[in-house]
Design a protein around this ligand. Structure first.
Ligand SMILES: [Zn+2]
Length: 436
């Protein structure tokens, strides 16, 4: 039996596309490879014209109006930092692509820019710098969004789509949030106003500004272009923008909808061990588990007593839940084992490997962040602030691919993982987040 080394054990770091940070801040060009590169560089006259063809932008009280970060002489236009970031945020809106229509558009379109300018009918954005505070608003005059910019606004802080909340240079957000604010305010221009106290919305199904903002992030996380929506540096991992977008979708839904009426359903994912094969297996399918008890998967299988919770149904799972793919080693080509992954890229990659047969989506869980932390869900504003916690699931690998005998174990018990690491199993980190 031949068996190829499983490819996903080799995780390449995200390519360092912006070598030493040189160039992009001043070079005008089109079609950069990632959203951050587009946000950092100076827009071309043609790109500026494409924004101006549908929107009239005005800037008041810009304290750095005379400090040009882009110039016409260098192939762009004379722009202050605020102007550059405002235009680049709107150009990012133009460039975002989705593999499914945005669910609040009518007629359905996957173009956020077309929805914003043609359906929500926004024809102007008035940026106004404030040394105090103030809320952005819409729509006075009609079809115009008023954006209040302060020293702690993302427009004042960063050229990045998103930053990590505690990492280097992190502000807990970025120009993606500015874009989300545009989307929120544009929904008001379609006649949707806040229907609950505190500027919140009563229900999700009314599809008001908060539901739309949550769905915007959900679409960024689950229907966007992962090759474009990735950090320009590797300090937060390659998937952070998608992972954080899902977290934002859930956070905004759970904190801004007064009577969402959601119910979360979780089931046990039950672990088995085969004393002959020395393999582990797990299933959340009750019928399958009972079948294994009765020998349906062959001899020597028994329950270990370990289990963790999963969401069986996306309709009763939080917005940041992600499908988990299951694979079986192709008989004659792969190991007598199953493999599970929540990483969409990893799932797509393993599907290409003839040694593994895709068995489908088996349940839904929350994907860990690059730093192996697990986000919560169902956050409720306080006081008291509450949320539903998640538990980290560790993956261990028996390192027996060379023998055609690969097997992975998934455990929430760090002591179990430590003991197994001394027995030749390789710790592969936190791969799933389980609801408690
Ligand atoms: Zn609002």
């Amino acid at each position: 039996m031949s068996y190829r080394h499983v490819p996903w054990q080799i995780r390449l770091p995200a390519m360092c596309l912006l070598v030493a940070g040189i160039g992009f801040a001043t070079i005008a060009g089109v079609g950069a490879q990632t959203v951050d590169q587009d946000l950092q560089r100076c827009p071309t006259p043609a790109e500026l014209a494409s924004v101006n063809s549908r929107l009239s932008l005005t800037f008041a009280n810009d304290p750095q109006a005379q400090v040009l970060v882009c110039t016409a002489a260098a192939g762009s236009a004379n722009l202050s930092l605020l102007k550059k970031r405002a235009y680049n945020s709107l150009l990012a809106m133009q460039r975002l692509t989705f593999d499914a229509p945005l669910p609040w558009t009518a007629p359905p379109t996957a173009s956020l820019w077309d929805w914003f300018t043609l359906q929500a009918n926004i024809d102007g954005i008035a940026f106004s710098y404030s040394t105090g505070s103030g809320n952005s608003f819409c729509c006075n005059p009609a079809n115009v969004i008023n954006i209040v910019v302060a020293a702690n606004s993302y427009l004042s802080l960063t050229d990045r789509w998103d930053t990590y909340h505690s990492g280097p240079g992190g502000y807990g957000g970025g120009l993606g949030d500015t874009l989300a604010l545009f989307v929120h305010e544009a929904r008001h221009n379609q006649g949707y106003f806040h229907t609950c106290a505190g500027g919140n919305d009563q229900t999700f199904t009314e599809m008001g500004a908060w539901a739309i903002q949550s769905l915007f992030w959900y679409w960024i996380g689950n229907h966007g272009n992962p090759g474009y929506l990735r950090p320009v540096t590797n300090d937060v991992g390659a998937d952070y923008y998608a992972d954080d977008a899902r977290e934002r979708a859930e956070s905004q839904r759970s904190t801004r909808i007064c009577a969402d009426g959601r119910t979360f359903v979780s089931n046990d994912n039950i672990e088995f061990y085969n004393s002959g094969l020395k393999h582990y297996f797990m299933t959340a399918n009750q019928a399958e588990a009972i079948g294994i008890d009765h020998g349906a998967a062959g001899p020597n299988w028994s329950r270990t007593g370990a289990s963790f919770k999963i969401f069986p149904d996306p309709a009763h799972a939080p917005m940041n839940a992600v499908p988990v793919c299951r694979f079986y080693g192709t008989p004659g080509l792969g190991p007598n084992s199953h493999f599970f992954t929540i990483d969409p890229a990893e799932c797509a990659q393993v599907k290409l490997d003839p040694g593994w047969t895709y068995e489908g989506i088996v349940f839904y869980m929350i994907k860990p962040f690059f730093d192996h932390s697990c986000s919560a869900y169902n956050e409720r504003p306080g006081p008291p602030f509450t949320s539903s916690p998640t538990t980290r699931v560790l993956r261990l690998y028996n390192q027996r691919a060379a023998f055609g005998d690969s097997n992975h174990r998934y455990t929430t018990d760090s002591n179990t993982a430590s003991v197994m690491a001394t027995q030749g199993w390789r710790a592969e980190g936190v791969v799933l987040c389980s609801p408690q």
